[in-house]
Design a protein. Structure first.
Length: 320
């Protein structure tokens, strides 16, 4: 099968080995896959990953021991725990110390014609949700995780720092309860895609970097994002970190101590709340798609994703 492989260099492999089904897993034909900043960072050496990249997808189950899954249109949680440790038994497989992570850690991903995942990781996509919407479930779930980690309603002054793929989604999720969110970024045309009465864009070059917000969600995808988030948060405020970068960030720890700032890492989230939110129609998703390329042009998709002003690039696996 065709697959995008990273082994120190990024390449399209025309005859990559097919995934094989195991009793607890399913083989899935990938229909659509999304490129995110983590994929770009992995191609720069993040996580020292080797294998097929990609973790955002929607597909169709081809093989499974349970025939009830065959033919189902699915998305899949990307963390695959051992199923036996205290983390897994407590419902937190995404923190299992023995986990593999789809396209990120020890498990081939979704920039390929087929992939595999445990059946317990799969979620059926509701009929009313399109493939284009479904491919956003994983990053939307990562944004919904903020709502599980932080009591967001107690923060009157909320900001999302970064107008990339995740920042535009995070602003929408944080505004879904009707509260006002300030979206801070460098690209007015990107922020305009999600601007509403509850999402107020602010151009970063015009922003005075002083303590202004109770809650700052850092989605810049850049090592310097943590420093800027620290400049923007009020004393006793909270910073939620979403960026993963190959380059280590500067840690402004003295400010955290003096102003008693909470700094919270936030990674993956549960898919069910994300599917429910997408099904409600509350999010603008199709508007975020800048390009859709076939798998044979996957390397060009990576190049396109690096272009300033581009938001979401999708890989249409079965397109000509």
């Amino acid at each position: 099968m065709k697959a995008v492989v990273y082994d120190g260099a990024l390449r399209l492999e025309p005859n990559h080995p097919e995934p094989r089904v195991t009793p607890a897993e399913a083989v899935i034909a990938v229909r659509l896959a999304g490129l995110c900043n983590t994929d770009l960072e992995i191609a720069r050496g993040y996580m020292n990953f080797r294998g097929v990249l990609g973790h955002e997808f929607v597909g169709e189950v081809l093989e499974a021991e349970d025939p009830g899954w065959v033919g189902a249109r699915v998305v899949g949680e990307i963390n695959c725990g051992c199923g036996r440790c205290s983390w897994c038994l407590g419902g937190l497989e995404r923190h299992c110390p023995m986990r593999t992570v789809l396209g990120i850690l020890g498990r081939d991903g979704t920039f390929a014609e087929r992939t595999r995942l445990p059946l317990r990781n799969l979620h059926r996509v509701p009929a009313g949700v399109s493939d284009t919407e479904a491919v956003f479930v994983e990053p939307v779930a990562a944004c919904c995780e903020i709502l599980e980690q932080v009591e967001v309603r107690r923060f009157d002054r909320r900001a999302v720092l970064g107008d990339g793929k995740l920042g535009l989604l995070a602003a929408q999720v944080l505004a879904a309860d009707g509260a006002t969110v300030t979206l801070i970024g460098k690209h007015p045309e990107k922020m305009a895609l999600v601007a509403t009465e509850h999402i107020q864009p602010r151009a970063l070059p015009e922003l005075e970097p002083r303590p202004t917000f109770d809650l700052v969600v850092e989605c810049t995808g850049a090592a310097e994002g943590l420093r800027l988030a620290t400049e923007l948060v009020l004393p006793r405020g909270t910073i939620v970190l979403k960026s993963t970068t190959a380059q280590p960030p500067t840690l402004p720890a003295s400010r955290w101590v003096v102003d008693e700032i909470t700094v919270l890492g936030s990674r993956c989230g549960r898919f069910r709340p994300a599917l429910d939110l997408i099904s409600s129609g509350a999010l603008k998703l199709a508007e975020l798609v800048s390009a859709r390329l076939p798998l044979r042009q996957a390397l060009s998709a990576f190049e396109r994703a690096e272009v300033p002003g581009v938001v979401k690039v999708l890989i249409d696996v079965h397109a000509d």
